[in-house]
Design a protein around this ligand. Structure first.
Ligand code: ADP
Ligand code: ZN
Length: 734
């Protein structure tokens, strides 16, 4: 072998090779040579050359390819980070395989903070030189030396602060060799929660669920439980016991929550009990915090991690338990990139790691309850509200009888309810799952509707912002003063209500009350959320008008009336979970009313009072409702009684996507227990300028739907400009 190229390596005839998986959308790992003297194990993070780039990857249990020696490149370095655990590696493979994503894309989710693979920079601290040189003493210098007399080495800023001097004094002393610099490891970023402080005395029901969770954590075995109970029944207290059990064993605990940005109350409560905040993980963290957090999870320093779905892919060294709170929540489903359901994948993670997992909800999903029914999951049902608070009374308002004034959205009954609540000095919540002022702007002259040029969607009027906006792609325009189609002025008409319009109606009815709109637009950081929460807690607000962002987990003692403005939003559409989801959402919203000593009331406005959702809400019959929905799904062989997969083709070129869809349709699986529906234009036929076509593959439970789809797709080549997305167990049918 000649040494004329940088890639040629002389490792003898039989170089030691390893397989390295890279966090890139590749299906498999690449083979690299191991330079002499470098000991590598599976799971080690390494730097390798890829073309002209240097990339990080993981030594993987993959095939070693027979690479010709002149092509074989060598691992550049082993990175100074704790290795990826065996169970994390197997989990990555499982996620890739099940969701039909490339293994490299899945690894990318595990390696979301490349910077964290480098060890953190040491901190420079100062101590007094034992061999103190002759220097001119000043008061400031004396103070510095004085502080260091009874302290370990301190970083400059801290030292300056303690001594009450500027940092220039420190620098000056260092320059004169009176102080010497030492490197210290960076301080721990996270405290260990104090699990030895006991929580409240649990009720019998709570105690028996907690004992079971604890026992399984201690035994270190896979076990799934569903923890059901109305809001306020004390589910959180129960699962915190499981968290304690993991901490007692020196293990880590993961609590997955939807919409972590709004977990302020959860965090405060955790701190009150455990003496420090848990480690948070969500999209709103700074890069520095992400790096510290990733590293602290990998080293085992971070013990309790509470996060959104991506927290599932943090590098736990020794995970002892997983909790999925609000397990029914749709936001656990990741809808772009690698499409996966974090709730379901969390169960797999628990299984591969031999640890227990608890799925927690007031309205567990049909899927989870089905697993209970089949004996796969254990079920704990906390029936009583803790501290005897009353469940709110739910009243259905038939909007066909109890009509609002023309162009208004609140029925006389709901207005009366608001009046009574404000008169009693209590708070109310109006729930409407529609941001903005009006969901559609229409020309009454010619019928022109304002539509997004890039999406199959109406433009939503946001009056505060003075814009028409697309909620899918962000496209926006100034509201025109005349119709672009017929040129008439004064004919443009806002159709339907959004929260802003509702606020206007309320202001007219109750000019003196303090109302606040709560929508994702003005609540996206934890700080903003916390501000709103304190304002409500301090009774600085009488009325909250909000979207589903306010539905989750809050606890406001003086909030006694919840008005659901339009319960029918979301009931229709070809979605198999539409009713279940509406029920869960409305139930959750209803749960905001009257949780403390003040009993609450919920008024639900609907045009369809006979709908099973309204009936079940009124009767408080989740079980009966799920049973009905379950029969329905079983009859239609829908999940969990059958399998579904969505195949979505998209392209900016409409002809290309239609052509590709037609080609695929020819070989679509349609036998041996598999049925393929489509291709059909997706309900969102145009999204961000891309034309979309859908197939829906339906199969029996006993069919390996992934294998069948793989075989199908392999046989047809797609043009480059057509993108294919696979959605196993789809939740969105748009
Ligand atoms: P959930 O999670 O079911 O909504 P929580 O666990 O949040 O219910 O409990 C509701 C409220 O009741 C919380 O303030 C909680 O601290 C309190 N609580 C729950 N269980 C107990 C208990 N056994 N003793 C005292 N307070 C409790
Ligand atoms: Zn759009």
């Amino acid at each position: 072998m000649t040494g004329n190229s940088t890639t040629s390596l002389d490792f003898g005839d039989d170089p030691q090779c390893v397989s390295v998986l890279l966090p890139l959308p590749l299906g498999k790992a690449y083979t690299y040579a191991v330079p002499p003297g470098l000991a590598l194990m599976e799971g080690d993070f390494v730097a390798v050359p890829l073309g002209v780039r240097e990339v990080s990857g993981v030594v993987w249990d993959g095939d070693i390819d027979d690479v010709p020696p002149e092509k074989l490149k060598a691992v550049l370095a082993k990175l100074d980070a704790p290795p990826m655990t065996e169970s994390a590696q197997r989990f990555a493979e499982w996620v890739a395989n099940y969701n039909m994503a490339s293994l490299g894309s899945v690894l990318k989710m595990f390696m979301s903070v490349p910077d964290a693979l480098k060890p953190p920079k040491p901190v420079t601290a100062y101590s007094v030189n034992n061999d103190l040189p002759e220097i001119k003493m000043t008061k400031a210098r004396e103070q510095v030396l004085g502080v260091l007399k009874d302290n370990p080495p301190l970083p400059a800023t801290l030292l300056a602060k303690e001594a009450g001097v500027g940092t220039s004094v420190i620098k000056g002393l260092a320059k004169l060799d009176a102080l010497i610099a030492v490197e210290l490891p960076p301080p721990a970023a996270f405290k260990i929660p104090n699990w030895q402080v006991s929580g409240p005395k649990l009720s019998l029901e709570q105690a028996s669920a907690a004992a079971s969770l604890r026992a399984h954590v201690e035994a270190g075995e896979f076990y799934v439980s569903v923890l059901e109970g109305v809001p306020g029944s004390g589910k959180t207290e129960v699962y915190l016991e499981a968290v304690c059990a993991a901490l007692a064993q020196g293990k880590q605990a993961l609590v997955l929550l939807p919409e972590i940005a709004l977990g302020a109350q959860w965090l405060a409560r955790f701190k009150a009990r455990f003496g420090c905040e848990p480690t948070e993980w969500h999209s709103d963290l700074t890069q520095t915090t992400r790096r510290k957090t990733w590293r602290a999870v990998a080293t085992g320093e971070a013990k309790v991690i509470v996060g959104a779905r991506s927290a599932l892919f943090l590098p736990y060294t020794d995970l002892g338990v997983i909790i999925v709170d609000e397990e029914h929540d749709q936001s656990f489903k990741q809808e772009d990139g690698v499409i996966y359901n974090a709730r379901d994948m969390a169960v797999v993670r628990a299984q591969l790691g031999d640890i227990p997992i608890s799925l927690v909800s007031a309205t567990p999903s049909l899927e989870s309850l089905r697993n209970v029914e089949c004996g796969r999951y254990e079920h704990f049902d906390l029936l009583d509200r803790y501290a005897g608070a009353e469940l709110p009374e739910i009243l259905i308002i038939d909007m066909r009888q109890d009509k609002p004034a023309t162009g208004k959205w609140l029925s006389p009954n709901l207005i009366q309810g608001l009046k009574d609540t404000f008169a009693a000095g209590e708070q109310a919540l109006l729930f409407l799952n529609r941001r903005g002022y009006a969901p559609l702007t229409l020309c009454q002259g010619c019928g022109h509707r304002f539509q997004c040029p890039q999406c199959t969607a109406w433009l939503v009027e946001h009056r505060f912002l003075g814009r028409l906006q697309c909620h899918h792609c962000g496209y926006q325009m100034k509201p025109p003063d005349k119709c672009p189609s017929c040129d008439q002025a004064d004919k443009l008409y806002a159709c339907g209500p959004g929260v802003e319009r509702l606020a206007e109606e309320v202001q007219e009815l109750f000019p003196d009350i303090r109302a606040e709109i709560a929508v994702s637009d003005n609540l996206h950081t934890p700080t903003q959320a916390q501000e709103l929460v304190s304002q409500i807690e301090n009774r600085e607000i009488d009325l909250i008008i909000g979207t589903q962002i306010v539905a989750k987990g809050y606890h406001f003692p003086y909030l006694t009336l919840v008005g659901v403005v339009d319960a029918d939003v979301g009931l229709t559409g070809g979605d198999i979970r539409a009713l279940e989801r509406t029920y869960q959402l409305l139930y959750q919203v209803a749960g905001r009313a009257g949780r403390a000593e003040h009993p609450g009331k919920v008024l639900v406005q609907t045009h369809d009072p006979e709908n099973p959702v309204m009936q079940a809400l009124k009767a408080g019959d989740h079980k009966g409702f799920i049973a009905t929905m379950s029969q329905d799904r079983e009859r239609n062989s829908m999940p969990p009684f059958g399998r579904l997969a969505g195949v979505i083709l998209s392209s900016s070129d409409e002809r290309a996507v239609d052509q590709a869809a037609a080609n695929l349709a020819r070989t679509a699986p349609r036998d041996n227990g598999v049925m393929t529906l489509g291709p059909a234009p997706a309900p969102l036929a145009l999204l961000r300028g891309r034309h979309r076509r859908r197939f829906l593959v339906k199969a029996g439970r006993d069919v390996n739907i992934q294998t069948r789809i793989r075989a199908w797709l392999k046989a047809t080549e797609l043009p480059r400009k057509v993108r294919l997305q696979l959605d196993i167990d789809p939740y969105s049918f748009m």
